[in-house]
Design a binder for this molecule. Structure first.
Ligand code: BES
Ligand code: ZN
Length: 426
């Protein structure tokens, strides 16, 4: 129950981290004082006596959490936070077991000491946390070629704005899609049904949930099975959850990230409508629990690695429907593959009139980071520069109406997704 508090604080702090890592004064929330918001959240949590009331959407109790963090960060924090000895450590990283409610205190301490957040990784299991002690898995180099012009040009006209609008409207109509709430579970189930409709009549297309042990929301996976190299997999996806605020509150999350999930769906829909049969397998994934610390994608990418799945590349779509900057599409340069990012830029130049740029998040800001961490080439396509993204995200005003009920910007990302799928899954 008490992990809700942790999620709230983590969400607020990680939002502020966005501002800090970009090196400008924290106007992240355009007028909302983030520091004050964090303080208010902490006070509210404290006055609730460390316990939150039972919430209607609540489905599952929180378990222990294993936190991995930089050893050098521990010194600046209140020693009382660390009741027990570390569960494991190496020269640089230390792992502690925490009660879920104390993770919020750790996040607050981190914020006070370093004004960054969360600054640590939360894991469901010790086994998963221990992975952080190992050197990051290198992403092997690979060659990229653009030589499928006929196929891409045939499929691009099938990409439409209307289905994207419709999917964003449906997803953002749930009260919220928080990964621990009933409506977050419902939204995932709804998407599974929608995607199953796309699969009907195609024996090579299937839809399945990916269930997570630590939270009730399921990730959704549509598989377009490769005709000749089914064991080689291309992943396109975006998170389906959203920040549910302090409790089971209204959070439409239209841009963050109904937009990316809907574009993921539109890429699949257009390819299927075009009767496209790739050589390699393409997996379209709606990730659960991104806002809770990339937990859905962390589970999936780790499972793929354990199973030895060969992932040719991963394209993450997170926030794609707000045109905040001069250029059309921006790529995140950190926690991503420079080679694949360059390939995506070339795809835009080859097949579209769109302009593109890049920026650095400064931290693992979305699901691409889970894939990079597991040694897979991943990229993140984004709506604007880091300074100019949609100011409505993580608030009740992140609605489709904010983009005039349109998906003009998101449409561009769906076209890029089609080009990416065809040129990588060939
Ligand atoms: N869509 C955001 C990430 C984002 C926001 C990237 C603005 C670039 C600019 C994502 O859903 C999010 O909120 N991520 C968290 C971090 C995550 C590990 C909880 C964040 O950035 O605070
Ligand atoms: Zn997001």
């Amino acid at each position: 129950m008490r992990i809700l508090k942790a999620f709230l604080v983590l969400a607020l702090l990680s939002g502020s981290a966005a501002a800090v890592s970009a090196g400008y004064t924290p106007d992240f929330d355009r007028g909302v004082d983030v520091k004050q918001a964090i303080q208010a959240a902490l006070e509210a949590a404290a006055s609730a006596g460390g316990l939150l009331p039972e919430l209607p959407g609540r489905q599952q109790e929180a378990g222990p959490v294993w936190v991995s963090m930089e050893k050098s960060d521990v010194g600046g924090l209140d020693g009382a936070l660390f009741k027990a000895a570390p569960a494991a450590q190496n020269k640089r990283i230390v792992i502690y077991e925490f009660d879920a409610d104390r993770v919020a205190e750790l996040a607050a301490g981190m914020h006070r000491a370093y004004y960054r957040a969360p600054g640590f990784f939360a894991h469901d299991t010790l086994e998963s946390a221990l992975e952080d002690l190992k050197a990051p898995r290198p992403v092997p180099a690979r060659a990229y070629a653009i030589d499928q012009a006929a196929r891409v040009k045939e499929l691009l006209p099938l990409v439409k704005e209307a289905p994207i609008v419709s999917a964003i409207a449906s997803l953002s109509a749930f009260k919220n899609r928080g990964s621990r709430y009933a409506t977050g579970v419902d939204a995932s189930k709804w998407l599974q049904k929608e995607w199953a409709k796309l699969a009907s009549g195609r024996p090579d297309v299937s839809v399945a949930p990916f269930k997570h042990a630590a939270f009730p929301q399921e990730s959704v996976v549509l598989t377009l099975r490769g005709a000749t190299e089914p064991d080689n997999v291309v992943v396109i996806g975006g998170h389906i959850d959203c920040v549910a605020g302090y409790g089971d509150t209204l959070a439409p999350g239209a841009d963050d990230n109904a937009s990316g999930a809907s574009v993921t769906q539109e890429v699949a829909r257009a390819l299927i409508e075009g009767g496209y049969r790739p050589a390699k397998t393409i997996k379209f994934i709606g990730f659960a629990a991104e806002e809770a610390g990339l937990r859905g994608s962390a589970d999936i990418a780790a499972a793929f690695r354990k199973d030895g799945v060969k992932v040719e590349g991963m394209l993450n779509l997170d926030m794609v429907n707000y045109k905040g900057s001069a250029k059309d599409i921006y790529f995140v340069t950190d926690n991503t593959s420079p080679d694949q990012n360059a390939f995506l830029g070339k795809l835009i130049d080859t097949y579209t009139e769109y302009t593109w740029g890049s920026f650095k998040c400064g931290y693992g800001c979305s699901d691409h980071a889970s894939w990079t961490k597991n040694g897979y080439p991943a990229s993140m396509a984004f709506e604007s520069t880091f300074e100019q993204y949609n100011p409505s995200i993580h608030k009740p005003v992140d609605t489709l109406a904010q983009t005039g009920g349109r998906a003009e910007h998101a449409f561009k990302f769906a076209r890029l997704g089609v080009a990416y799928a065809v040129e990588l899954a060939k």
